[in-house]
Design a protein. Sequence first.
Length: 559
Amino acid sequence: MKKEINSNAIKCGPTRAPARAMLRATGINDEDFKKPFIAIVNTWSTVTPCNIHLNLLAEPLRQGIRDAGGVPVDFNTIMISDGISMGTEGMKASLMSREVIADSIELVVRGHSLDAVVVIVGCDKTIPAAAMALARLNVPGLVFYGGSTAPGKCNSKDITIQNVFEGVGAYAAGKITESELKDIEKQACPGAGACGGQFTANTMAMALSMLGLSPMGANDVPATHPDKLKEAERCGKLVMEVLEKNITPCSILTESAFRNAANGVSATAGSTNAVLHLLAIAREAGVSFSIDEFDVASRLTPVITDLKPGGRFVAFDLYKAGGTRLVGKRMMEAGLLKDNPTVSGRSLFTELGEAEETPGQQVVLSVQKPLKPRGGFGILYGSLAPEGCVVKLAGHGKLHFTGPARVFESEDDAFAAVQKKTIKPGDVVVIRNEGPSGGPGMREMLAVTAAIVGQGLGDSVALITDGRFSGATYGFMVGHVTPEAAKGGPIALLRDGDIIKMDVEARTIDVVADISSRPWIPSQSNHLTGAYAKYAKLVSSASEGAVTGFPFQHNQTEK
């Protein structure tokens, strides 16, 4: 154990008698004062299935810490359910919550001089927020994901929340009845755990395993699997080893670790939200990592998993097939990863070398015979996005799209038009004023994109926005357009009928018209107060991770 530990600042010496008096009231005794204090940060909540079970994971985690000689100290932080707030004004709070979660973890750990940290995470923003906080604090710690839900069943087919959103579009198009929609609604989410496809939560859970901040294998175990409790206890014991060896997050978060994570996202056709989140984590860690790394990753790394939203299987199937270890082993053998330290104290390649493949599994393919020859996203630049944007390719093979713009000033306006069936094949739906500052909060467009797919237009309509997409989105979708409309970006100058041309191979997105002379008329948004006003003023561009913080530079020198 380190001779000097952080918590000595609140528990050692005569002057700390008042602090010890208060700590004794929580059950801490003389022997405990000799031990390190370990933060267990929980994102437990009863508002969503993604986090409803996380309180059950806390006790075995505590026991693991106690058995290894530490004192667990619990506190909670907030979460926002993307699936519940989707398509509403509440969705604006989602990305904002990432910053609040990271800030709150930092404040409590620093405020109580805690020695190490375990963050139990579930729904989307809690995962990157935990990693951001650990990078910012740079104290020994790890992130433990509560796991995915099992797939629902409807008409003998596996379904997820994705099917419900698409069912809304199918109902509006008259393809299913209200009764059929209700059946899908009732069966899609069978219990505790995060959304089952390779949506944002599972994408980021895998990314953190590839980064090395989560113990390999721990995040894969589904939420309701009996082994999840064992993994929690393992994480409790492991954090004590991490503290003893002084393995800090920023000794793990190297440039190669971020490239490994980006390649993993590409190999699984994961959520484009990973672009925002990995950029944000890298910034907190003081690592040079730009948006262009994701285009390199996508061109380098083919899709080797057949996962929803564009594929057939869900996270539960991936776990049974061999999990993240198997995906990583395939990539390692093809030279698509670099070895890197991990929170377990073992190297990434050592961890991946223990992969066990289930005979006959169909979820993980090979790099030599991939599902798709390139990854599920790309980075485009051009007259419409001079600072870049992210195109999502999951679910289709198109690399080009040209069509007339249908311009909407908000997600709500666009959704209403889709529901009225006024969007036609060949249209390019443009949704603006939904960026980090302009939204504020950069809402996900799943309600719109799923309705488009549900009406059978997924292969014939493109969508462009300065907002972002859910991990459950698929089709020809372009998000994170920068500069955003609220900052006077070219997307603010578009008009109905403008021809937009996109070429993924050439990395271009252009307006086939001279729009530079058009006047920019800022959107007359509602007066903002409180957290919304603070966020809108402070948030950076999506091309920089849409962060609000001022990260300490940890002097990373790896090239």
